[in-house]
Design a binder for this molecule. Structure first.
Ligand SMILES: C[S@@+](CC[C@H](N)C(=O)[O-])C[C@H]1O[C@@H](n2cnc3c(N)ncnc32)[C@H](O)[C@@H]1O
Length: 218
């Protein structure tokens, strides 16, 4: 079902560096139970892209119990933690896609998403890797056709290089999205949400200030 006709490759790690490897047999068993398979027309979805250890998906599942969160992440060790937290907290509205978000966008042409979260996408700071960045005007315009009316996209980053790149991408798709918080001098995440992901904490510990961009579908 998830064969990819898109060229978008996923870069970065699939497994952690720790020598103590998790048991993959148990992982695939648990994943099978919570795997995203297909859309249900009666439900509304939140797309959570690049979830790392899944903190955002758990946060969203609790904040929006009536919606289904699709957590997209290929990092297996992160998904293992997310699956443990789903079970520990008896969460029943998270489904995982162990792979590229593009696979999800391939299987429908309908508007299923009420909210999209992209927290700390890999910044790929070197110029020679810029093509690997997820947030581009092309990607935002592609997403647009899967979004319900007034759907909001939340993008967080602590990379000044990526901030400039995202601003440029937002400008290029100004006919598709309103940049809701553009008049705020301070684009702070904590003004909106009480959530700390691994990469949020990393940014704060290194004295980098994360910014939050909120876009609304036009
Ligand atoms: C820097 S980490 C951020 C993790 C988490 N959101 C956080 O705030 O701690 C970015 C994650 O995005 C994932 N990722 C990158 N491109 C993706 C894509 N096209 N589809 C799904 N996940 C992707 C990577 O595997 C990586 O784990």
């Amino acid at each position: 079902m998830f064969s990819s006709k898109y060229t978008n490759r996923l870069f970065g790690r699939t497994r952690g560096r720790s020598k103590k490897k998790n048991n993959l047999e148990n992982y695939y068993k648990a994943l099978d139970r919570y795997k995203f398979k297909k859309f249900n027309e009666k439900l509304e979805y939140i797309l959570d892209i690049g979830t790392g250890y899944g903190e955002t998906s758990v946060f969203l599942a609790k904040k929006f119990p009536e919606k289904v969160i699709i957590s997209c992440e290929k990092y297996v060790d992160g998904n293992i933690i997310l699956l443990k937290n789903i079970q520990k907290n008896s969460i029943n509205n998270i489904l995982l896609h162990n792979g590229n978000v593009y696979n999800i966008l391939e299987i429908t042409n309908k508007k299923f998403f009420r909210i999209v979260w992209i927290f700390f996408p890999d910044p790929w700071p070197k110029n020679k890797h810029a093509k690997r960045r997820l947030i581009t005007s092309e990607f935002l315009i592609k997403l647009h056709k899967f979004l319900k009316e007034n759907c909001e996209i939340y993008i967080a980053t602590d990379s000044t290089i990526y901030v400039r790149f995202i601003l440029n991408s937002i400008y290029k798709c100004k006919d598709y999205f309103l940049w809701v918080n553009q008049s705020e001098i301070n684009l702070s995440i904590k003004d909106y949400f009480d959530i700390e992901t691994k990469y949020y904490k990393k940014a704060i510990n290194s004295q980098r200030k994360p910014s939050l961009f909120i876009l609304r579908k036009l």
